[in-house]
Design a protein around this ligand. Structure first.
Ligand SMILES: Cc1ncc(COP(=O)(O)O)c(C=O)c1O
Length: 404
């Protein structure tokens, strides 16, 4: 077993060696620009891009022409939100989203707010679930777009995407989902779920960084997007810029591998995750599972260790890579906006650690991390001044996760 142990797979993943291998020829011999229609160098890469596009489309239940390659999910989210906002401005100016979204959704809608849009940020329950009735009640004749993430990057909670899609379709409103943490891990079908726009990214599924996609529905209804990157008219004019061919090929290979092993891998990760939770529970009092106990990504555990500060715990386990919130906000000492949206009491907010496991996580690593966590929590609890360590045992919270 090699140290340090990586348990931050929701921040990013190592590129699978099979993915690297698939990409290599596209840095050297197959370097042509797929937009070069006049010669063989361009034909070869165009063919590689189109077969990657077809594979990604198939994995989502979409048509190849509905896949727009971007630089990642941040760009996909920006394009979906700003692009529909701009295109549908005459129709309405109301957008509905959720308080627990990733910042790459929240920041673009806040920008749209400054431009005159009205945005509703819906609340979730204590386990991070959006009640579809709450969504229905928020819709107005001016609502043009609803954006709800598929699965949460911090607490792993999976939303009822099909019900949300159905409500949007019944009301003639476009539905965007940020599926960055779900694509390649959970079955996705944009037809069944009535999704009109979907964002995903390669680096969460053992592909390279800097490549992602936006699914844009082409019929029933046809989604119109205002491009946010103007130039050579690539990607049907929706996203200009020379295509990242090696990245696209790697993205498709990563998706193919993830889809191929999805059922098996999901079971394996669920076993490891539950083993980890049960072992921590058996050895420590006063811990709470954050997020939903069952409607949850198989690779995510988010646990509050009451009486222990998250950063102190993380620093005391230097040979274990975990996270206290989303990777992009770890420099911010404020508790994460996701945990805050669950309206947990402060002690629980400040003691939460996200463990995210993945393809290369072993049972041995889980055992090691559990031992480190138990040791560190016990040491820190002893060191804490009495006011901080006077924890009240809260049985209902401590038992939330028993079902997983
Ligand atoms: C839910 C979610 N959305 C969007 C992103 C941004 O993805 P990317 O790094 O591809 O821009 C992330 C990654 O941190 C994420 O977890």
């Amino acid at each position: 077993m090699r140290l340090p142990i990586y348990m931050d797979y929701q921040a990013t993943t190592p590129v699978d060696p099979r993915v690297v291998e698939s990409m290599l020829p596209f840095f050297t011999e197959n370097f042509g620009n797929p937009a070069s229609r006049q010669h063989r160098f361009g034909w070869v890469t165009e063919e590689a891009v189109e077969s990657a596009r077809a594979l990604i489309a198939r994995s989502l239940g979409a048509e190849p022409r509905e896949i727009i390659f971007t630089s990642g999910a941040t760009e996909s989210n920006n394009l979906a939100l700003k692009g529909t906002g701009e295109a549908l401005r005459q129709k309405g100016n109301h957008i509905v989203t959720v308080q627990t979204e990733h910042r790459s959704v929240l920041d673009p809608v806040r920008k749209l707010e400054k431009l005159g849009f009205q945005v509703t940020f819906l609340e979730v329950d204590e386990q991070g679930i959006l009640d579809p009735d709450r969504l229905r009640a928020a819709l107005t004749p001016k609502t043009i777009l609803v954006s709800v993430m598929f699965a949460n990057n911090e607490i792993g909670t999976i939303q009822d995407i099909r019900s949300i899609g159905t409500i949007c379709r019944e009301n003639g409103i476009l539905f965007h989902t940020d599926a960055t943490q779900a694509a390649g891990k959970l079955p996705i079908d944009v037809q069944e779920s009535k999704v009109d726009l979907l964002s995903c990214s390669a680096h969460k599924i053992y592909g390279p960084k800097g490549i992602g996609a936006l699914y844009v529905r082409s019929s029933n209804p046809r989604v119109k997007l205002a491009p946010q990157m103007d130039g050579g008219g690539h990607e049907r004019g929706i996203r200009s810029g020379t295509l990242n061919v090696a990245g696209i090929v790697g993205f498709a290979k990563a998706m193919e591998l993830s889809i191929h092993s999805m059922n098996e891998e999901s079971k394996r990760l669920t076993v490891l995750r539950d083993k980890m939770l049960n072992a921590v529970r058996a050895q420590l009092d006063d811990i709470c599972l954050n997020g939903h106990p069952t409607s949850r990504l198989p690779n995510n555990l988010n646990i509050s260790f009451l009486g222990v500060e998250d950063n102190a715990l993380m620093m005391s386990m230097k040979d274990v890579a975990v996270s206290t919130g989303s990777a992009c906000s770890t420099a911010d000492p404020e508790p994460s906006h996701v945990l805050k949206a669950l309206r947990l009491r402060p002690e629980r907010l400040h003691s939460a650690i996200r463990f995210s496991i993945g393809r290369f996580t072993t049972g041995e690593e889980v055992d090691y991390v559990v031992a480190r966590v138990v040791e560190s929590v016990n040491t820190l609890r002893k060191l804490m001044p009495p006011s901080r360590s006077s924890r009240t045992r809260v049985r209902d919270e401590a038992t939330i996760g028993r079902g997983i």
